[in-house]
Design a protein around this ligand. Structure first.
Ligand SMILES: [Zn+2]
Length: 250
């Protein structure tokens, strides 16, 4: 199984990107906005992770650089000590307040574990959140309200799966996105991933970001920073895929 050196996260520099060499298509989000049932939300000691029980119609993505459907595995968040240092990817040298990773595996495999290490086995959508809104973003509130219930590491709770995804719905069809072949981050570092990085940011309030910093790790200390530092610069190609305005798929 192919492994790659650590290639993520990176600073995406608009002066160094290339336009996508293929017909650019939007990333299609299937079954995200009409998903039914519950999602589990867990404090795993490093981050907040959202999973949904296996069912016949799991959310999936397709389009852009992805030749087939990639099935939802999990969603987790990164944040940092302050609102200017909370993302793993940087865009033109700028960091955001938070970064969410929506992790998918190719439908050629049954699980993320099976897909790990296979060429184009995994695709992650990176979505930034920025503490720029004066008021809490109501679409993120269901998740924020779940956080006090999982203050201690290894605790979990539930909320509706739809509520777990609603906060990024408005950003799901941007005017363009970046994509590159990079690697997974800890704990499976060095395994190939198709990264799809959305340049815009979901506006949230400072108090919403702060709610994540109140969570405890295994040592019962606050998780104030769970971002990995940038990889040393490598010669890798980041493509930009400009899009026409498109509709939101369900
Ligand atoms: Zn991550």
């Amino acid at each position: 199984m192919p492994t790659v050196p650590m290639l993520s996260p990176i600073n995406i520099d608009d002066r160094a990107i290339r336009l996508a060499p293929y017909n650019v298509a939007p990333i299609e989000f299937h079954n995200y906005w009409n998903v039914t049932g519950y999602a589990s939300v867990v404090n795993n000691g490093h981050t907040v992770a959202v999973h949904i029980p296996k069912r016949s119609k799991l959310p999936s993505i397709k389009g852009g650089p992805l030749k087939n459907h990639y099935v939802f595995d999990s969603l987790h968040f990164h944040w940092g000590p302050d609102n200017k240092n909370g993302s793993e990817h940087h865009v033109n040298g700028t960091k955001f307040s938070m970064e969410a990773h929506i992790v998918h595996h190719s439908n050629q495999f049954q699980t993320l574990k099976e897909a790990t290490g296979h060429k184009r086995g995994i695709a992650v959508v990176a979505m930034f959140l920025q503490a720029s809104a004066p008021n809490p973003n109501p679409d993120l509130d269901p998740l924020i309200e779940a956080l006090p219930k999982i203050k201690t590491a290894k605790e979990d709770t539930h909320l509706s799966a739809q509520a777990a995804f609603e906060w990024f719905r408005s950003q799901a069809q941007p005017s363009g996105y970046y994509t590159y072949i990079g690697s997974l981050l800890n704990p499976a570092a060095g395994k190939e991933v198709v990264w799809i990085v959305y340049p815009g940011a979901v506006p949230v309030s400072a108090s919403q970001v702060e709610a994540f910093r109140n969570l405890h790790n295994i040592e019962k200390k606050l998780i104030t920073n769970n971002c990995q530092g940038l990889c040393p610069a490598r010669k890798m190609t980041v493509y930009y895929c400009p899009l026409q305005a498109g509709g939101t798929l369900d």
